[in-house]
Design a protein around this ligand. Sequence first.
Ligand SMILES: Nc1ncnc2c1ncn2[C@@H]1O[C@H](COP(=O)(O)OP(=O)(O)OP(=O)(O)O)[C@@H](O)[C@H]1O
Length: 798
Amino acid sequence: MAAHVKLSGKWKDVKINPNIFMGQDFSGFVCMQELADYDVIQSKPVVKKEKQIDEKKSKHKEKVSTKRGLMSADVHEDSATNQNLDIDHPLKKKRKTKHPDMNIIQPELEGKSDSVEKHKDLLNVSSKIQKQASLKKKKFKCDKSQLTELTDDKKKAHDVQDMSAWQNLFVPAPVLTALAEKGFTSPTPIQALTLAPAIRDRMDVIGAAETGSGKTLAFGIPIIHRILELKAQAASAASLGLSADEVTSDQDGTSGLSSDDNCSDKSDTTDSEDDASESEGDNTESEDDTTVSEENSKESEENDTECEKKPTTDTLKPLYALILTPTRELALQVKDHLMIAAKYTGIKVITIVGGMASQKQTRLLRKCPEIVVATPGRLWELLQEGDDHLSKVSDISFLVIDEADRMVEKGHFQEMSQLLDIINSDQQRKEKRQTFVFSATLTFVHQGPLRLKFKKKSIKITEKKKLEMLMVQIGMKPKPKVIDLTRSAGTAESLTEARINTTVDDKDIYLYYFLYKYPGRTLVFANSKDCIRRLVSIFNLLGCCPLPLHADMHQRQRLKNLDRFKSNSHGLLLATDVAARGLDIPDVQHVIHYQIPRTTENYVHRSGRTARASKEGLSVMLVGPEDLQYYRKIMKNLNRDEDLPPFPVDKDIFLGVKLCVSLARNIDKEEHSLNKKKHENLWYLRAAEEMDIELDDDKLLNYLGDDWEQSQSRQKLENLKQHLKSQLNLPIQKKYSGKYPTKSGKLLQSSYYRQGDAIERLKTDSKEKCVIQESNKVMTKAKLSKKKRNHRYEHTEK
Ligand SMILES: Nc1ncnc2c1ncn2[C@@H]1O[C@H](COP(=O)(O)OP(=O)(O)OP(=O)(O)O)[C@@H](O)[C@H]1O
């Protein structure tokens, strides 16, 4: 507290609306208190106080801008001399792409003389934006000096980061600040190769790189860069006295925008944009049910008030970018990633996805966000309803199709081709637009089913043909930049893969064994919702607290489960392929394919939920007899000459957990059949009631027994549960000791059962196997030479 203020009252907590912090750099800020009663011993003029703060700030800004100035000077120099990234990039030298003929459709990069000017503009914009942000901060009635200190500290921390690896990639200064804050000190390979052609040369980009390699920012940063540029141009045109219409049509060709901005609510509807085989139910969710939707509701609250104010100029604001993703969760995640990068730019990003109240989304759209991330179903719906902001989709400056191979799959998204028709309807705008198409399996070409191979008219799809088809479908410009960093193995480099051969019946036991022995955040994939439901029930009984995720669940619950999974380092998520693509859940250690995916692409994407951002991860396939053909197909399509290594299983523990699993399965079976019978009876009773028919108990569809029989079966179920509980409480040695003798006949040391690292265990096992193989070889060699010697000896004796 300042020395000239004498305290005569008490500090009181100040209630603040958390929305005021949105988009502001206040992390580290703990609480706000006010002191209403105090005596001033020696008053200082307020102007002087503010002057001091301003001086402090300007000194800091000088420091920051000198540093940034140096960096951007480097950028200019390099862009002027036009270092051709495609040829000279060290990453390219180190890493040979799988497709050397890719250059056929890659034009040479040309330096652009105006790049220096553009970047000067950008720096101006960034400093303007920072000024605006600091002005905004002043609006809050709080201890300004305290806040300045906090933000200054943070900025100092950013300046300490060495961000030189981003040089020459044209990353705008405010984005660089946000990246530094996030600790992203260098670009990932796909980012390093995409940014220059996308930003400097404004090329369309087709990008393929392994899962978890940072593709989101590879398209996100160029979009943010260009939006800042367009906004700067608009601002300078406005300062020259041009009208808003002239400005927008000058810069982006946006025109004919309706200013009808009424606040009428639109009804919520169902959608089915996710995995094609899964139809989804919609829900009417409350605003603050999950952390993710909480964020949405915060946005919408803010927008409610905004909406009442109805800023008419907002409706004239262009929609700059549209990003389409196959799932709702992915759309929300892409929005989050972009918001992190755009933190200091003032650019707004919103999501338009199914399963969430469309009224809120309509309200958010009224704020005219620069970027919309959407799933096709809901986007189409709101477009059909005539949303003003969305009606600008044919004027967008950027179109991104994330997970593009999935998005344009035949018959997958009905709305996709209609959407593309509208987006591409204006030929002039289409030519000006920049399009990004990304996926980990974009350039992935493999043989179709054998029966198609021998069909007369079957066309052999090459990688080039696949991309050309994609370009036509999406409406890309003729010569896009194609960046393919995928390995021929398909999966991420840091991924360890293994298999467990099993019978269908034993899959549950192997899964429980794995979860028991290797706790850690684990994502289990199955092919159907029914399978997920059964597994959830069994693993709940086994005390594993599984979280389901499939397309039949309410969106609210889906997001809740995802959040819970993210926050539990030992979490277990049981999911269908709705979670296979794009989800960036931090530190998933294991992916288990309880059922083998039907396509190789799905295997790559499912496995890609672990081993992200160069971290290690393990993928294990449980291969039953019915899975064998799919397993072989995946191995063939991924050019694997050898089978995946078998995951080592300690038979003793396996036997120890077997009893628990079979008890849980029995309980589940009993409960399931009882519930099914009850459900059928209820349905029958209701139908009878509707027809005014009275039914006796013995006339129901399923006879559940008399009262005594029913209490007996309840008791039986209860006993089974008690038995399972006592088994689960036993240490693993005791579970099998006596009943299941070990191979050696000895009771093994407890350390043997220590829960541990699955990848380490697999590696040790393969090393041990190598050593055994080597020693076997040596022994056979020794035996052979001994035999030879004996033979020679016998020969000479003769
Ligand atoms: N330059 C960077 N430095 C460090 N981490 C980064 C960088 N860029 C992105 N990341 C992080 O890498 C992770 C993966 O990024 P992202 O989700 O964009 O991958 P992706 O390639 O789109 O994966 P998928 O193919 O599965 O969709 C994210 O957690 C992201 O925050």
